[in-house]
Write a new protein. Structure first.
Lengths: 314, 586
């Protein structure tokens, strides 16, 4: 188990190095613009060259990347070109906002999708039509429009939730819940649609299997067959879908944050990207990969707990 | 040959599409929208970026602006029409890049083996591990905000999905016998890929394309909404964003682009789903697990029931696609006395298993009991609720299946499954149940019960698994054990041991056994009486000696004659029997 964890963590770190390296390589094609935007409009070519030299952007790309990596390993991600704010503390401060909407949305998506998908597969009929209809709406309506419609109805017309802004959990849990409620719902739409369809399909497949009939002949109650046996077997593929949903939501959160003026990861990334603020972009890509690695690891551990065969492979 | 077959399959798919309202409506909507975009220069005199300061926020029809003007004084209609073109171009770029990369590498990775696919797999999972939208945003300095360049990157990000889809399809078809045959007969790889592999890949790829186009459009609008990209490119996202800031004063400015964008993405998703239904058949429908039959048998006719199990004139039917009912069991009558072993013999499809399932109350949900009665120890089983049946199962009637592996829950330890069954049959503490299960496993000839108790089904052999299932069946000391071909799926050497075990248990527990089989060797070995089934009815019943000595029915004689010698055992793989079951249902 420890060996497995170590191997996975090493692979995750290698991935982080690779992704940041590729990002840096791609970014290096636009260093002229970066230097130009630091200087402001209308900078002459020689000024830009001087600026690049001063920022160290004229060195070979490999040297620059190695330099960045060497600092990153020690926890130093540099500072913004424009505000001189240290990147690491800036990102961790904003990450809390993004993660609070993504994690809450992910948890809510799992609960709702499992309930809907299992009920649809096990009951059929009206419940199934409802679940399929809900999934269809989630697929069909762009979440951007859902978000704005929700703001219009609940914040502007009914004043149930604040339209924009963020209250930290430590400040007031109830206001925190209010400030993330609409963003979370908007973020969940697509995820619920995808996961519900997946769980419904997998559960239908499991419930047709022989072992379900055999368990019935032993007098085992239906709820136990559905929840303890079939759902456990159907949950493996659903977990994979969930980890992909996490990626989707992390992306979706960027747009949602913009709509609701939430001071998160996305807005920060967005502004940095517009300005070509290389240290911030690099820091964000590093945190992005580490997040994904962490989530995939959790998903794999859960999958191993659910599926004894996957456990054996290690 | 293959081409003819796929053509025959495709034509009805096309016809189904043409008659499917969902497909037709969504396809027509898309066509209209795309045409509107293409005809934009003819439909409006205004450019998308042409601003008239007098026309800021003007109403509908003012200044020659059919849908009014936006907050910069531009014609909303013109912007809508030109935005369609931006969306269409985004969809074309995103989808075609994803398809080109995904299909090529999928075909190569799937067809040409492991080393290529290993490298591709690694690369694609690398691409998949990064949140796409975040990558598109941080690459802004590289793409310079040009939405076409962004869509190229997005196409690359979408390609792993297509790669996986195509690779799995190719791996599936590669092992088909007709592809093997084509390869053996010396057809070049290129032709095999084109003739056999591409025909399989085509359908799913067409479906995926609709979804690729949809997500490309959604992402392009999302990015434009955020303000990424040139402000001179007309886009729904930019329009929605401007409308959003103007939502309080001029909600219509927000509504128009949302409506058109909504129509486009919804049509694509609906079209994709309609294509999936037409090309791949409908999505799976849920089947109720609890299958109480609606049929209520008439009250018993007074005569005292002496037998343990009495099946009288039982008829079971399945609905055909045309809606009629087809009988698979038509009037089966048989009985099992306490403690005796009855062999239920017949060829595949004769309705043996269906009869057994009916007695257990576990017929598939589609099955319809038309008439008859099944009485266990004098009590009518047909028409009982699931709760009532649950009380009977395990304690009065129990079941040993044919295929041991698929009848154990793969992600639950053997011990946990058995303990749950024991406690469902007889209320007792977990500890007691555990002791009882360990004793049962030992009684069923499992050498190391503790170890098997802790094992998962995939860690034990088929023979062991069958012993586990027998232990599970007899755990509640049932009066009647229904064993459905309990030895068919096992190795020849194990078959005899399992039969011995069944015989021993029967004596110990004094239970009756209904043994479903098509093997006369097994019948001669263990059964006291035999019922021979053919096409849904029992054609002959008698003691085993009588039946072997003087078979009365010509079918029985035929069956006996077809037995080469008494040691002949069925050797074909269990998969064939599963197919046989399918035919029985039809």
């Amino acid at each position: 188990m420890t060996v497995y964890l170590l191997r996975r963590l090493t692979a995750g770190l290698a991935l982080a190095v690779l992704v940041t390296m590729i990002t840096f390589l791609l970014l290096s094609t636009s260093f002229d613009d970066v230097a130009g935007s630091v200087l402001g409009n209308g900078a002459a070519p020689h000024q830009i060259a001087a600026q690049k030299a001063q920022m160290g952007l004229d060195r070979p790309v490999a040297v620059q990347y190695a330099d960045w990596l060497a600092h990153a390993v020690r926890g130093d991600l540099g500072a913004s070109y424009f505000t001189s704010e240290p990147v690491r503390s800036a990102i961790t401060a904003r990450l809390g906002v993004t993660l609070s909407i993504v994690v809450v949305a992910l948890l809510a998506t799992s609960v709702i999708s499992v309930a809907l998908g299992v009920a649809a597969a096990a009951r059929g009929g009206a419940v199934d039509r409802f679940a399929q209809g809900a999934a269809m709406i989630g697929y069909v309506v762009p979440s951007l429009l859902v978000a704005i419609a929700l703001v219009y109805v609940f914040a502007i017309k009914m004043h149930v939730f604040p339209a924009t802004g963020y209250t930290d959990f430590s400040e007031s849990p109830s206001r925190w819940a209010g400030s993330i409620a609409i963003p979370v719902v908007a973020l969940m739409m697509g995820g619920v649609a995808g996961l519900t369809s997946q769980i419904r399909g997998a559960m239908i497949g499991e419930l047709r299997k022989d072992y379900v009939r055999t368990l019935r002949t032993r007098g085992i109650p239906t709820h136990s067959i559905v929840l303890r046996h079939a759902l456990r077997n159907a949950a493996g593929p659903a977990l994979t879908v969930l980890s992909l949903e996490f990626l989707q939501m992390l992306g979706g959160a960027l747009i949602i944050e913009q709509i609701f003026a939430l001071p998160g990861f996305g807005q920060y990334a967005f502004n940095a990207s517009l300005q070509g603020d290389v240290p911030i972009i690099m820091g964000i890509s590093l945190f992005g990969v580490l997040l994904v690695v962490a989530v995939n690891l959790v998903v794999d551990l859960l999958g191993g707990w659910l599926n004894p065969k996957a456990r054996m492979v290690r | 040959m293959t081409t003819a077959r796929t053509d025959a399959r495709r034509r009805p798919a096309l016809r189904r599409l043409l008659t499917d309202p969902q497909a037709m409506v969504s396809a027509s909507l898309l066509t209209v929208v795309v045409l509107l975009g293409l005809l934009a220069p003819a439909l409006t005199d205004h450019g998308a970026n042409q601003a008239n300061l007098d026309a800021v926020n003007v109403g509908i029809g003012d200044h020659g602006y059919l849908l009014g003007g936006d907050k910069s004084g531009r014609d909303i209609l013109a912007r809508l029409l030109y935005s369609i073109n931006t969306s269409v171009v985004s969809a074309l770029i995103g989808a075609s890049i994803a398809l080109a990369i995904g299909i090529t590498s999928g075909l190569i990775g799937g067809y040409f083996g492991r080393r290529v696919s290993g490298a591709a797999e690694w690369l694609f999972s690398l691409i998949m591990t990064f949140p796409g939208l975040l990558l598109l945003i941080i690459l802004m300095p590289v793409t310079k905000g040009d939405y076409r360049a962004t869509m190229v990157v997005f196409g690359v990000l979408l390609s792993p999905g297509i790669y996986r889809l195509v690779r799995n399809l190719v791996l599936g078809v590669k092992n088909e016998l007709y592809v093997d045959a084509a390869r053996v007969s010396g057809l070049p790889d290129r032709r095999i890929l084109r003739r056999h592999v591409l025909t399989v890949v085509r359908g799913p790829v067409i479906i995926a394309t609709a979804f690729l186009a949809g997500s490309s459009i959604a992402v392009q609008s999302g990015l434009a909404f955020l303000g990424l990209g040139s402000s001179t490119v007309p886009s729904f996202g930019a329009m929605i964003s401007e409308g959003f800031t103007n939502l309080y004063e001029e909600p219509l400015q927000f509504l128009w682009p949302s409506l058109v964008l909504g129509i486009i993405t919804a049509s694509l998703v609906l079209l994709g789903n309609a294509l999936r239904d037409a090309l791949e058949g409908g999505r799976p429908q849920p089947v109720r697990i609890v299958t109480t039959t609606g049929y209520r048998p008439p009250a018993a006719e007074g005569d005292a029931v002496t037998k343990l199990l009495t099946v009288n004139d039982l008829a079971i039917a399945y609905p055909t696609p045309t809606g009629e009912l087809k009988e698979v069991v038509s009037g089966v009558t048989l009985s099992v006395a306490a403690g005796e072993t009855l062999g239920l013999v017949g060829e595949s499809g004769s309705g043996k298993t269906q009869t057994a399932f009916a007695a257990l109350g576990v017929l598939p949900a589609e099955a319809v009991v038309i008439r008859g009665s099944i009485r266990l120890d004098g009590r009518e089983l047909l028409g009982l609720s699931e709760r009532e049946l649950r009380a009977v199962r395990g304690t009065s009637i129990a079941y040993v299946p044919q295929e041991p592996m698929s009848n154990l829950d793969p992600s639950c330890t053997v011990g946990a499954q058995l303990v749950e069954g024991v406690r469902a049959a007889m209320p007792m503490s977990r500890g007691e149940a555990r002791k009882r299960v360990l004793a049962l496993l030992a009684r069923c000839g499992i050498p190391d019960p503790e170890r098997t108790f802790r094992s998962y089904p995939h860690q034990i052999s088929g023979g062991m698994a069958q012993r586990v299932l027998i232990a599970g069946a007899v755990a509640g000391r049932p009066l009647l054990l229904i064993a459905d071909e309990p030895t068919t799926a096992l190795d020849v050497t194990v078959q005899a041991e399992v039969l011995d075990l069944l015989r021993d248990l029967q004596k110990d527990l004094n239970m009756a056994v209904l043994l479903v089989t098509h093997n006369f060797g097994v019948v001669a070995d263990i059964c006291g009486r035999v019922a021979v089934m053919r096409e849904g009815t029992v054609v002959e019943t008698g003691t085993t000696e009588e039946l072997f000595a003087v078979p009365k029915h010509p079918y029985t004689r035929g069956l006996l004659n077809s037995v080469l010698d008494e040691t002949t055992l069925r050797t074909d793989p269990p998969a064939a029997s599963a197919d046989a079951l399918e035919t029985e249902k039809r």
